[in-house]
Design a protein around this ligand. Structure first.
Ligand SMILES: [Zn+2]
Length: 363
């Protein structure tokens, strides 16, 4: 029964640094973006597109990532009659102007090198493929997922919650990709919420097995963002600088099992509730904490993952805070089934409603 391992790192955060030119360009890009569109009430706030899934010359088989996980999650939910395919929200692709809200021109230009993309997605043969094909078959699916994460905040504000069945690229920061993360969707989502939803306080609850060094670097000096990160310190990315920017760091070492994990999460959520009063929660719900995952090295059971997700949704519900869930990491074939079962559990516990608009004609 351990308590959160280390307290707040608030001392690292200072007031928002004023760079009026950058902020003004950012705001103007956000306000002219098409990514926030109105979603008809006949739809449920579950976001997915078949173009999320990456399948390209068999290359997806070279990465330990199940690159059709996103489609399989929806397939399970639809197959079991929990979700009507026609009520899923299809997002738009995040275009270059949208990505420039966080990323620099030089970072985006660096993705025009197949070698750089190969390094980021950790599939070496991608380096040998013409960049136009890499863009179409690898980067485009990721940009659709980024569009989904950004839209999720708007939907969560309107409906109380939203699940992007994808996204959660928490290793990517404004200037650097890595660990399969080419775009900083969490940072982008938060900047859109600041500018478009007039929010000023956002909490990130990052429960992927890996440390979320991307958003940590992007919001290092920004007091508007509170970061609770529960991760295994024995695995990638070993980003000690970014760890300084975590407000509440909960380190769970290799081999941590379900009961201890859930107990520490419960304690961490209590600390977070006392420390910060968010207007939006971004929940990075990676399933690489699952027992048997070779990369996450934790021992959380499938039921433990459903309970984890339930605890986070309860936490948001109790304080009436809009919640965005992202599926993030989870590298085994079984992950899709585990996520679908967890979404089913959330529905059963009335924390989400996948049928709310069943009688409304689909638009
Ligand atoms: Zn991970």
């Amino acid at each position: 029964m351990a308590s959160p391992s280390s307290g707040s790192g608030n001392s690292c955060k200072t007031a928002v640094s004023g760079n009026d030119g950058v902020e003004s360009a950012r705001r103007s890009r956000i306000l002219s973006s098409k990514l926030y569109f109105d979603v008809h009430t006949s739809k449920v706030p579950v976001i997915y597109s078949s173009s999320y899934d990456i399948a390209f010359l068999g290359i997806e088989k070279l990465h330990p990532f199940d690159s059709s996980k996103w489609g399989r999650i929806c397939g399970f939910l639809i197959g079991e009659g929990l979700l009507d395919k026609k009520r899923i929200v299809e997002p738009l692709e995040a275009k270059r102007e949208d990505l420039l809200v966080v990323h620099s021109e030089s970072y985006l230009d660096s993705l025009k090198s197949s070698l750089n993309v190969a390094t980021i997605v950790e599939v070496p043969p991608v380096a040998l493929i013409p960049n136009c094909l890499v863009d179409k078959h690898v980067l485009y699916p990721l940009r659709k997922q980024v569009g989904g994460t950004i839209l999720a905040a708007k939907l969560a504000k309107e409906r109380g919650w939203a699940i992007n069945v994808g996204g959660g690229f928490h290793h990517c920061s404004a200037e650097k990709g890595g660990g399969f993360c080419a775009y900083a969707d969490i940072s982008l989502c938060i900047h859109f919420a600041f500018a478009h939803l007039s929010m000023t306080r956002v909490m990130i609850i990052d429960l992927d097995a890996h440390q979320g060094n991307g958003h940590e670097k992007d919001f290092s000096d920004d007091r508007r963002v509170y970061i609770l990160d529960m991760y295994n310190p024995d695995i990638y990315p070993f980003d000690y600088e970014a760890r300084r920017y975590i407000n509440q760091k909960v380190e769970v070492v290799s081999g941590t099992a379900t009961n201890e994990y859930l107990s520490r999460l419960g304690g961490a959520l209590k600390v977070a509730a006392d420390a910060f009063d968010p207007e939006l929660i971004i929940y990075n719900a990676g399933t690489d904490i699952l027992d048997g995952d070779p990369l996450g090295r934790l021992k959380i059971s499938p039921d433990g993952i459903a309970t984890r997700d339930e605890k986070v949704f309860m936490f948001a519900r109790e304080s009436n805070i809009p919640l965005v869930m992202l599926t993030s990491g989870g590298y085994m074939k079984s992950s899709a089934r585990v996520i679908a079962n967890s979404i089913k559990n959330l529905s059963k516990k009335s924390l989400i409603n996948l049928e709310s608009a069943r009688n409304i004609p689909i638009m």
